[in-house]
Design a protein around this ligand. Structure first.
Ligand code: PGA
Length: 255
């Protein structure tokens, strides 16, 4: 089995002024030190992208964004293009987060355009999928995830696919304190890897990191991160504080 380096990504969502973001980024850089055994990404809000980028310069912590618009430029009021992100040294971008899907009406087809645009522009997508509570209770989890994966990755070539990062985030576990059991998470992660092998090839699927997201905390992370197909975490709440985020980095390094 290919060794996949663990990745811990912080999704700060709509939190932190630029000044607060800089302060937190400084603490995270200090906590990360020079470690290279775990990949670390933080995704501040756009208003703090540039200032946080300056803090990360020369560190091992990478800069991510929480969204992008697939077009290069133009009449898209309120949107941010891949070029704008690249100009600020952003390397990763969260796409298809369930909050974007549920609250801002993003469809699989639109998310697919974003994934293709990110890859074309040398941004690594952190592409999110996951079922709602109603879907899980209806026994539709795997079907929902399959549709999201297949539609979201349509047209992605085998070579580009190695740059993908997938985040499995059960919607009912996000920000709720209800974490998926390790068995529930591992089942879906293994299923996603099987889908990736079908879409691309088995060696490519073995290279792609699949993160778990949804109330991941220092207390539950070690067990989740010990699962064969869980390659890291996309962290919301626990990424807003350097201490808990640092503990998650340490937990990932231990696996
Ligand atoms: P949470 O958020 O860790 O606060 O549950 C995860 C996410 O939405 O990416």
């Amino acid at each position: 089995m290919t060794h996949r380096k663990k990745l811990i990504a912080g999704n700060w969502k709509m939190n932190k002024t630029p000044a607060d973001a800089v302060a937190l980024a400084r603490e995270i850089v200090a906590a990360a030190g020079q470690r290279t055994d775990v990949d670390i990404v933080i995704c501040p809000p756009f208003t703090a992208t540039e200032s946080v980028g300056k803090v990360l310069d020369g560190s091992t912590v990478k800069l991510g964004a929480q969204n992008l618009h697939p077009e290069k430029s133009g009449a898209f009021t309120g949107e941010i293009s891949p070029d704008m992100l690249r100009a600020l040294f952003v390397s990763h971008v969260i796409l298809g987060h369930s909050e974007r899907r549920a609250l801002f009406g993003e469809t699989d087809a639109f998310i697919n355009l974003k994934v293709l645009s990110a890859l074309k522009n040398q941004l690594r997508p952190i592409f999110c999928v996951g079922e709602t509570l109603a879907e899980r209770e209806a026994g539709a989890t795997l079907k929902v995830v399959q549709t999201q994966v297949e539609a979201g990755l349509e047209g992605v070539g085998r070579e580009a696919a190695a740059d993908l990062i997938i985040a499995y985030e059960p919607v009912w576990a996000i920000g709720t304190g209800k974490v998926a059991t390790t068995a529930q998470a591992q089942e879906v992660h293994a299923f996603i890897r099987m889908l990736l092998a079908k879409l691309f090839t088995e060696p490519v699927a073995q290279k792609i990191r699949i993160l778990y997201g949804g109330s991941m905390k220092p207390a539950n992370a070690p067990e989740l991160l010990a699962q064969t197909d869980i390659d890291g975490g996309l962290i919301g709440g626990a990424s807003l504080e350097a201490r808990s985020f640092g503990e998650l980095i340490t937990a990932a390094a231990a696996k």
